[in-house]
Design a protein around this ligand. Structure first.
Ligand code: PMP
Length: 358
């Protein structure tokens, strides 16, 4: 974390042991080939940035009901508006879900290797949590979650592995835990995963969380959206209106609507990323990398002859930023965002050089 120094004497003791989430590096130096935070390499359409620039005057507050954006989401995803809640990035809904549904009597459960924010949200909301180990091959064993009777948080595709579960598997988990909320975090679903959205009308305990950050090229705009039963959405709105009713700014609302009016662009970009992912996976495998099967816009890769932390640093020295995690089970891997073909070719040629020099 940047700039965190010793806590002041005023910091509430309830946060004493809190370990904040560490976001990926966002260097000001734009010369890096930036493959570390799963952003889109493609800029938003001009129609999207134009819409943001000419939105509701900024001397007025943004629309707290977000009704235009919700109407557009309802149309695109074919679901009724009372089952939708937008958010300031999907991180916010994940936090709100912990606030709304978890406490000492309602513990949470998630895999040991998954999105690093879940344990942080559990800690800040004082929620007891269990981390269930992924299987040896880094897949989720759904049997671990059947009838577990805890609130469940699953990223599907999982991060940083990229591995996905089928909708049928998600349904078994949701169905077997009717007294608990199951949150399916679909940040990366547009790159080849199966969405649990069709289950939302069938199960009142399912929340499906999505984002504009990855497939829609709007990470910097901070916009997420979630689908659930009207009851769950209502609960999340209670939290929203009790914290920050203007949580989505006017520029972002306008950008989101414009993005949804241009679905072809999103679909085309996702297809390009999938193609670049398959190309990169093949090339890296031929260089001796072991790569988990990814349905996301990143791959998780390790090489028997290269230490994961060393490789991260060496790539950075050569101007390519990837993401390395120090957690023991995955410290030999690096997570590599799939970018443009040019970016992928730079990565591949640097890896070829590194391997030649070793
Ligand atoms: N879920 C997962 C699995 C993620 O990797 C991310 C991105 N860091 C998010 C949610 C949050 O994305 P955002 O807040 O940008 O929507």
């Amino acid at each position: 974390m940047t700039g965190i120094s010793a806590m002041s004497r005023f910091f509430s003791s309830k946060f004493k042991g809190l370990e904040p989430y560490t976001p990926g590096e966002q260097p000001k130096d734009t010369s890096y080939v930036k493959l570390n935070t799963n952003e889109s390499p493609f800029p938003p359409l001009k129609a999207v940035t134009d819409a943001a620039a000419s939105c509701r005057p900024l001397n007025l507050y943004s629309d707290p009901t977000c009704s235009d954006l919700i109407a557009k989401l309802a149309e695109v995803y074919k679901i009724s508006p009372d089952r939708i809640i937008p958010s300031n990035g999907s991180d916010e809904t994940l936090y709100f879900a912990f606030l709304a549904f978890c406490d000492s009597g309602h513990p949470a459960v998630f895999p040991d290797i998954t999105y690093g924010f879940y344990p942080v949200f559990a800690q800040i909301t004082n929620t007891p949590y269990t981390e269930i180990p992924l299987k040896e091959d880094m897949t989720i064993d759904i049997n671990d979650y059947i009838g577990i009777n805890k609130n469940i948080f699953i990223a599907n595709p999982n991060a940083p592995t990229g591995i996905c579960l089928t909708t049928g598997e998600i349904e078994q988990i949701v169905k077997s835990n009717p007294s608990n909320v199951v949150v399916i975090d679909e940040a990366y679903v547009d790159f080849g995963g199966e969405s649990a959205l069709p289950l939302v009308e069938k199960y009142d305990n399912l929340l499906v969380v999505r984002t504009f950050s990855k497939s829609r090229s709007l990470a910097g705009a901070r916009l997420g959206f979630s689908f659930g039963s009207p009851g769950l959405i209502n609960d999340l709105n209670t939290i929203r209106f009790s914290t920050n009713p203007y949580n989505i700014n006017s520029m972002t609302l306008a950008a989101g609507i414009a993005s949804l009016e241009n679905e072809d662009y999103t679909i085309e970009n996702c297809n390009t990323i999938i193609k670049n992912r398959e190309y990169t996976t093949d090339k890296l495998r031929s260089l001796g990398f072991e790569i988990l099967p990814s349905c996301a816009n990143f791959i998780f890769a390790k090489h028997a002859g290269l230490d994961g932390g060393w490789l991260y640093a060496e790539l950075k020295r050569r101007g390519v930023l990837v993401r390395h995690f120090t957690k023991e089970r995955i410290c030999q891997y690096n997570r590599i965002t799939i970018g443009s073909m040019d970016q992928m070719n730079v990565l591949i040629s640097e890896l070829e050089d590194i391997l030649k020099e070793r």
